[in-house]
Design a protein around this ligand. Structure first.
Ligand code: ZN
Length: 163
């Protein structure tokens, strides 16, 4: 795990100890979405958006089904969450996604002004931290490495099966 905002992490962690709805809990829900993508022959990345401990949007990668390279899990959940909230900004929301967002999704998340992004596996090849680390909204907190092994393993299994 690495933390770009350590003080925020520790305040979160304290509350997570008495909170059954912690980061791992919601990352597992995102992993369920990724597993569904796997079954559908999509690159297995899943995401959920959480607002006040409630999942308000869930989605997985749909690039094959929609023939759309922009149909990443994050893009689906940003749109769905904004529709549900009835406003374009995702303040007070956390996105859980099984893979570090790409530059496109990070840019969209920046526009959304989302409070917090939690991701599982790092993506050294396409992840935004390498290409566009400043693209998020300045207030957005980011935390990586939650259920990293599970998230990585699912992607590995997918690409090995396609070889
Ligand atoms: Zn993306």
């Amino acid at each position: 795990m690495h933390f770009l905002n350590i003080s925020y992490f520790w305040t979160r962690k304290k509350s997570a100890m008495i909170d059954p709805f912690d980061d791992e809990y919601f990352m597992k829900r995102a992993l369920n979405e990724a597993e569904q993508a796997f079954k559908d022959g999509e690159i297995p990345v899943g995401a959920v958006v959480v607002c006040r401990n409630q999942i308000i949007a869930r989605a997985h990668n749909l690039t094959e089904l929609l023939n759309d390279v922009t149909a990443h899990a994050e893009m689906q959940t940003i749109t769905a969450a904004a529709n549900l909230l009835g406003g374009k900004y995702l303040t007070n929301c956390t996105l859980y996604v099984t893979l570090e967002p790409c530059s496109m999704c990070a840019g969209a998340l920046g526009w959304s002004q989302i409070d917090r992004i939690v991701y599982g596996a790092s993506d050294p090849k396409r992840g935004f931290l390498k290409f566009a680390p400043d693209v998020l909204h300045p207030k957005t907190e980011i935390l990586g490495g939650i259920l990293q092994n599970e998230c990585t393993l699912l992607l590995k299994r997918f690409f090995e099966a396609r070889r």
